[in-house]
Design a protein around this ligand. Structure first.
Ligand code: NAD
Length: 490
């Protein structure tokens, strides 16, 4: 029987009263694997109320005791890593190793948040005036909610959840309606933690459920990751409702390839960035800007790598690129390749119209390489979110940096070079919040913030590390005086 996904509210698994359920289909095999409810506002309200009640006690549990739950969660995630990685493949289409990789990143955030007794320390000054001291405390903000995208169903809620929990908040996760199963499996582990009811909750749904979250007066902070239009809309509505918000949006990540780069390793690393996770990574490199003589040699190397990439079902041995999320997504990407052709780009390797033997119905799109993509055209600026890499050319590093900076997004920019001077100039001048030097996916470790800029981020404080701790806490400044003569004499 098809698995019916449940909400986890106030410490219990509850069947949603939703009138609509979405089928969750394995993008590689096209098998129906679950149905996810589009939870109505009353279920968001039930979660928000349970969280509000739980918060009164949870915020007073000492931080060293709160993190004991995270130590236990880490252990459970480690023990279940294989099953969770498989779950990512089944609902999202990625490869098993990519599933393992995202689980490792999720666990890393749990580990970092275990440092909360130090991470949320305040500061103080003795004698700011004679006999007067001043202190800054960090206190949890209360009830917070997270709205997740489909492409890292295990990892992305963990850019926020461990920090929210450790710093004394109650937290609600709304997984992607396209990939909700892995979070439900993770919450089956959360259920084993014996946390007080209402501290961590899961509510399935899509836009209407999100809007109920954004409009709920008890929910004080919103963390969201997804496409730029959704991030902008959610940030705007959250802010209009007086909430604190951090919304990470889409991307179009460029890489500059200098003529002095080691072409073999650059090709290997860039092929994995562009075509790994079927190009559905917010840190996928999608535009290659070759400088000077790099063009011909890189194009030759990359054409070969694009042709040789092994596409298939993510649980099969040796597969390097899995399926894209849905048939609609595949059709959209194919259409965008057509737009590129119409704009004058050359299709050097065409991934359209190919199938994987044994998975003929699967949403597979083979890696596609475009050359001479016009910098001012649509394709140079549109997030394709599929295994498509676009080449363009510049005569100098300065010209290349100008092309890097001529875009609305600012998630990541990379350079491949053997020159420290070129790397330094790039790192200083590129308009992006995450920079890679001879790196293809410059994903910050959990102890650094995930620093998107421009249309890739709406807010001030990003996910992960000290930014997350600041986001989930309020500062309270106390100025105090204790004159001896006002004390009762002993
Ligand atoms: P999406 O924007 O379609 O959905 C993300 C979440 O927002 C989902 O939970 C969805 O239910 C909700 N949502 C969507 N539209 C909404 C609306 N109008 N109102 C309220 N809620 C809405 O994104 P997706 O397709 O699931 O994920 C892919 C996108 O996420 C890509 O653009 C990718 O670049 C981006 N992404 C960004 C980062 C980052 O760190 N910047 C990381 C991963 C993915």
């Amino acid at each position: 029987m098809t698995k019916q996904l449940l909400n986890y509210i106030n410490g219990e698994w509850v069947a949603s009263k939703a009138t609509t359920r979405l089928p969750i289909i394995n993008p590689g095999t096209m098998e129906l694997i679950a149905n996810a409810p589009l939870s109505p506002a009353m279920e968001v309200d039930a979660a928000a109320q349970a969280a509000t009640t739980a918060f009164q006690k949870w915020r007073r549990v000492p931080a060293p005791d709160r993190i004991q739950y995270l130590f236990k969660l880490k252990q459970l995630l480690e023990e279940n890593l294989d099953a969770l990685a498989r779950s990512c493949v089944e609902e999202c289409g990625k490869t098993y190793n990519e599933g393992v990789g995202e689980l490792r990143r999720a666990i890393e955030n749990v580990e970092v948040a275990c440092g909360i007794p130090m991470l949320m320390q305040g500061r103080n000054n003795e004698d700011i005036a004679r006999g007067i001291d001043e202190h800054l405390f960090r206190q949890p903000i209360g009830v917070a909610a997270m709205i997740a995208p489909f492409n890292f169903p295990a990892m992305i809620p963990f850019w926020f959840l461990p920090y929210a929990l450790a710093s004394g908040n109650c937290f609600i996760v709304k997984p992607s309606e396209k990939c909700p199963i892995t979070q439900q499996r993770i919450f089956e582990l959360v259920d084993k933690l014996n946390l007080p009811s209402g501290v961590l909750q899961l509510v399935h749904g899509a836009k209407d459920t999100v809007e109920a979250i954004l409009d709920h007066p008890a929910i004080r902070a919103i963390s969201m990751v997804g496409s730029t239009p959704a991030a902008r809309a959610i940030y705007t509505r959250a802010a209009a409702n007086g909430k604190r918000a951090q919304c990470q949006g889409g991307a179009k990540n460029p890489v500059v390839i200098m003529p002095d780069a080691d072409m073999e390793s650059a090709t290997r690393i860039l092929a994995d960035s562009a075509y790994g996770c079927a190009g559905q990574r917010c840190l996928a490199l999608s535009v290659g800007i070759t400088v000077g003589e790099a063009h011909d040699v890189f194009r030759e190397h990359f054409t070969k790598a694009t042709n040789e990439r092994v596409v298939g079902y993510g649980l099969d041995q040796g597969v390097e690129t899995g399926a894209v999320i849905s048939a609609e997504s595949k059709a959209r990407i194919e259409e965008l390749i057509g737009v590129a052709e119409a704009e004058g780009a050359t299709v050097l390797v065409d991934g359209r119209g190919k199938t994987v033997p044994g998975y003929e119905q699967g949403n597979f799109l083979f890696p596609t390489l475009l050359d001479n993509v016009p910098p001012q055209g649509n394709i140079a600026r549109t997030e394709i979110f599929g295994p498509v890499f676009s080449l363009m050319h510049a005569n100098t590093l300065e010209e290349a940096i100008a092309l890097v900076n001529d875009r609305a997004y600012g998630n990541m920019a990379c350079i491949f070079t053997a020159s420290g001077a070129s790397a330094r100039q790039f790192r200083t001048e590129a308009h992006a919040g995450n920079i890679g030097v001879n790196i293809g996916v410059a994903a910050p470790m959990a102890f650094y913030p995930f620093s998107g800029w421009a249309d890739s981020f709406f807010g001030d404080l990003h996910g992960q590390a000290e930014h997350a701790v600041e986001f989930f806490t309020e500062t309270k400044v106390v100025v105090e005086r204790w004159p001896r003569e006002w004390s009762r004499k002993f």
